[in-house]
Write a protein that binds this ligand. Structure first.
Ligand SMILES: Nc1ncnc2c1ncn2[C@@H]1O[C@H](COP(=O)(O)OP(=O)(O)OP(=O)(O)O)[C@@H](O)[C@H]1O
Length: 222
C-alpha cells in the first residue's frame, strides 16, 4: 500500500498530496501544471516534498519530521517518463537489461512476448515507432521488478488503435503483477478505463478519489 501525505511549495502554488493506493491503478487526472509529474518525482525520489511523508507498506521513502530520504535507487520504483527516456545509443535489449538485477527473477522472454516486442531486441530507439518505444520503456521499467510503477502520460503520443492495445496490455500486466500503479493522463476516457481510482486536484490539493471501481473492461481479443 502506498501512502502519500505531503506538501511542496511550487513557484505558483502549494502542492498538497494526500492519498493511499493499494494494489490498484490510480490515475492522476488534471490540467497541465497542476503538479502530476511533481507527485511522481517525489515518490521516485527525484525531487522532495517540503514536509509530510511517503511510505510504501512499511518502507519509508520520505519523512519530513526525522528528516529522512530513501535514495531513489533503493525505492523499487519503475518509472516510465513522458518522453520514454530510452538510451539512444543502446539497443532495446541493452536498454532493458540496463537496470535489471544480477539475479533477476523476472521471466523476460514472457514479458517481452506479452508486450509484443520480442522481435525488436536488436533495434535502436530511432528505429522504433512511438508505440514500440512506449512498450520498450514499459518492459524496461518492469524488468527491474519494481514494487510500484509510475507512468507519466505513457500513451499520449500514440494513435487511437495503438493506444487501446497498450491500455489492454497495461491492464493485463497489472492483473498479473498486482503492484500499485500511478498513471498520469490528460485523457478522460483513459482515466475512466484504466483507473481503479481517479484522483483529481482542487486548488493544488490531490486528495479525494472521484471514483473507485472494481473491475476493468478489456477490449475483446482481436
Ligand atoms: N524544475 C522546476 N522548476 C520550477 N518550477 C517547476 C519545475 N518543475 C515544475 N515546476 C512548476 O511546478 C508546477 C507543476 O508542474 P508539473 O510538471 O508537476 O505539472 P503537471 O501537472 O505534470 O504538468 P503537465 O501535465 O504539463 O506535465 C508548474 O507550475 C511548473 O511550472
Amino acid at each position: 500500500m502506498l501512502h502519500v501525505d505531503f506538501t511542496k511549495s511550487l513557484p505558483e502554488f502549494t502542492l498538497t498530496a494526500r492519498f493511499s493506493v493499494g494494489e490498484e491503478i490510480a490515475v492522476l487526472f488534471g490540467p497541465s501544471g497542476s503538479g502530476k509529474t511533481t507527485i511522481l518525482n517525489c515518490i521516485a525520489g527525484l525531487t522532495h516534498p517540503d514536509d509530510g511523508s511517503i511510505r510504501l507498506s512499511s518502507q519509508v521513502f520520505f519523512d519530513g519530521e526525522r528528516p529522512y530520504k530513501l535514495p531513489p535507487q533503493n525505492r523499487g520504483v519503475g518509472y516510465v517518463f513522458q518522453e520514454y527516456a530510452l538510451f539512444p545509443h543502446m539497443t532495446v535489449e541493452q536498454n532493458i537489461r540496463y537496470g535489471m538485477k544480477r539475479h533477476a527473477q523476472v521471466n523476460l522472454p514472457e514479458l517481452l512476448q506479452t508486450v509484443g516486442i520480442d522481435h525488436l531486441l536488436s533495434k535502436y530507439p530511432h528505429q522504433l515507432s512511438g508505440g514500440q518505444k512506449q512498450r520498450a520503456a514499459l518492459v524496461r521499467a518492469l524488468a527491474t521488478e519494481p514494487s510500484i510503477l509510475l507512468l507519466d502520460e505513457p500513451l499520449s503520443a500514440l494513435d487511437a488503435q495503438t493506444r487501446r492495445q497498450c491500455q489492454d496490455e497495461l491492464l493485463r500486466i497489472h492483473e498479473k503483477w498486482r503492484i500499485p500503479i500511478l498513471l498520469v493522463t490528460h485523457d478522460q476516457d483513459e482515466a475512466e478505463r484504466l483507473g481503479d481510482l481517479v484522483l483529481t486536484s482542487e486548488n493544488g490539493a490531490w486528495c479525494l478519489p472521484l471514483q473507485h471501481k472494481k473491475s476493468h473492461a478489456l477490449s475483446p481479443a482481436p
